[in-house]
Write a new protein. Structure first.
Lengths: 430, 430
């Protein structure tokens, strides 16, 4: 391993003490559960031994021997008997969040299956993923830290997580890719040349790429990168990856490979927390106005809430643009938990639009439509376009950014309430 | 004829005195020419008896018995012998402008042909057009004034003239259409329902519209209206008509048909001369900035000059838009003669753009391009789009309208000099 990267390991690998403490708590909680539940498996990055320093989110799989629609209820029953506070979260199978001694446990009921093909729910596959990664790490123990580098890098550049508001690489995707290329650095060297529709088949299940294209379900081929699941050939491990995340990963991969020669890679492993001040400075530098939204997304879990915040961002950008404003740039800070607000920073101009605006109409020869348009705007200047359409220069209803926000919040209440639970805003301009 | 229209006739039909005076001068000038030239025919609206009150532009066809490349020179020779000042204008055949006793004569050399099919130059057809219209007016004398109404209406709404900067209806097109529908009002009643690709074949040369489409040369079918020339079936009299002029005619036709019921049609026969004050009031009302260009187009005749002014308008709109400004509306006043300036009024906003702008780049996976883009803008914020393209938020070079005009005039000198002979501008903003 590059000496430069060895330095980084201190930032991403948990210390002996951290590790021991984590396992003490995990095992303690696990054995409590085992009093009331058949089989409790440690999954996720703790189960695979690839968790990042400081991580405190532990997946526990509660495995039942046969499928039963009530397995979620059984887990809930156990938690009640133990007198432990929990949140039940709706999903394809309901699961549970438990806060225990500064760790966030996610209790996921699953069903024991003899082979991956029998999975009825994607979570049933998880033990196979854990086994695969553990087996590979037992063969090559250095892989654990290589995987940690990959995850930390992905996290910093904002593409770590299969949640739909991130649309990035899942932990398992990081693991499979690092294992496939045998090291973090080799993954990066390869990925810097990736192009969309790259296909990676680590276990060589398929003869060639054409066979992958022919045999995989079409919806599993939609992502720009297709990584065949080493434990389940029909599955694409990176189906969650958006074109944006894919491109972002490639872009920062190249930056990293430049910077590693300059011994300047620490920044790729520190998640920067931008302060309010940063955004204020930015809007002043850009010379625009700034709208700050503080928002709690609608939904009962963080993924849904943040996805809704993203939808609100798209919505508000579209509305402001339609009203004649230009959104030069934006920044978004997602909710960190269910109750803290996310933030959207929109850099918009101008603060004030002219008194009049151009309204496009139908072609003159669609008589009913064009006469209707004419009658509506007959008091104003109406002209004919080079394509024969009418257009009118009419008084603008919404002139200032403040009026625009008022207009959107008053007239499109339903669209907003559909996306956010709570919202407030400030408009800052000079 | 509608009584309302009878009132209008006073505005468009020359008085007895005007008519007598015009013919005295025309005949006087004609007989001078006849001393040196074989055959002089009065063409245009004077030749057909359809000229508008106040008209002073007379077409004279100098007809030669056989084709000869030097027929233009022969006309020039005669003018020299007569000691008359003239301007020679280059064209498919050079022609001459002569100012004589407040009339503008255009002397066009043509060749005598036995039938329209033998025309080598479009002007050779003109005597056939004159004959056709005269014959129709002899049959139905009321048509002369109906034609005058059509021409005056077209002129007011800005679609009278086959010149490329107008791209409207030629005098002959007005005549043919009015004759075909038998009156101005019937033309309007019909045209209010026109749709693009309407085909009118007054002499029924073709069995049906399909035959027209099959037999006419493709470039003669490009205009939204096809009127088969009553003297030459292969020709479309309205080939010059743009979609915009076509739509404009239909639109104002409908307005006229509404207003005639309200006895409020005078305005359709008065060409409004908008003053500078009008445009100043307009820009204030719109709440934009105003750029006024005074411009003399490049070229040796009015059509070319005004066409170039129109090209300059398109050019400057495109450039301002590319720089981030929005052209809400414009007005244009064409050159009335070779030396007086035309004017362009652009209603533009904002006066000042933000310090930074968005620059789109190539997709990340086109490595050479995207790395070049990255290196160029590495000092600024670079992000990845949802389609995998890079974009950068970079300092704007051109922020104010004044800077924009300077930038365009300095950097695109050739494009401007190609279009204008002389130009000056003012930027007006509050």
């Amino acid at each position: 391993m590059d000496s430069c990267l060895k330095e980084i390991l201190k930032m991403v690998v948990p210390s002996k003490e951290e590790e021991e403490k984590a396992w003490r708590i995990i095992n303690e909680f696990k054995s409590k559960l085992e009093d009331y539940l058949p089989e409790v498996l440690v999954g996720g990055s703790f189960g695979k031994g690839t968790w990042l320093k400081g991580a405190s989110d532990v997946d526990l799989f509660i495995r039942f021997s046969k499928d039963d629609e009530k397995i979620s209820n059984k887990v809930e029953g156990a938690l009640k008997k133990l007198g432990i506070d929990y949140i039940r979260i709706e999903g394809s199978r309901d699961y549970f969040k438990v806060h225990y001694k500064n760790f966030e446990f996610e209790l996921v009921p699953i069903v024991k299956i003899s082979k991956p093909e029998k999975a009825k729910n994607i979570t049933d596959l998880s033990p196979f993923h854990v086994d695969y990664v553990r087996r590979k790490i037992i063969e090559k123990p250095y892989l654990a830290n290589e995987i940690r580098l990959t995850k930390a890098f992905m996290r910093t550049i904002g593409v770590y997580g299969a949640e739909s508001y991130i649309s990035g690489f899942s932990g398992y995707a990081c693991e499979v890719l690092t294992i496939h290329y045998n090291s973090f650095l080799d993954l990066l060297k390869n990925s810097s040349n990736w192009k969309p529709k790259i296909i990676i088949d680590p276990e060589n299940f398929y003869k060639n790429k054409q066979e992958v294209v022919n045999k995989l379900n079409i919806h599993r081929l939609r992502s720009p990168i297709i990584v065949i699941d080493p434990v389940y050939p029909a599955r694409n491990v990176t189906a969650s990856v958006s074109t944006k995340s894919f491109a972002q990963f490639i872009f920062y991969t190249r930056r990293f490979l430049e910077d590693i020669n300059k011994y300047n890679i620490e920044k790729y492993f520190i998640v920067e927390q931008k302060t309010e001040e940063y955004f204020i400075r930015k809007y002043k530098r850009l010379g625009t106005c700034l709208i700050v939204f503080e928002v709690i997304g609608k939904g009962n879990n963080l993924d849904v809430k943040n996805t809704k915040i993203l939808k609100f961002l798209k919505f508000i950008k579209k509305q402001l643009t339609a009203l004649g404003f230009i959104v030069l740039d934006y920044d978004i800070i997602f909710q960190k938990d269910l109750n803290c607000t996310g933030k959207i920073y929109l850099y918009v101009y101008p603060n004030c639009l002219p008194e009049y605006e151009l309204r496009s109409g139908p072609p003159v020869w669609t008589r009913d439509h064009s006469e209707k348009f004419y009658r509506k705007w007959a008091n104003f200047e109406i002209k004919v376009n080079s394509d024969g359409r009418l257009f009118a220069i009419i008084p603008r209803k919404v002139k200032t950014l403040q009026e625009a926000i008022n207009f959107i919040f008053n007239n499109l209440k339903n669209s907003i309430e559909d996306k956010v639970e709570k919202i407030s805003y400030r408009i800052i301009s000079r």
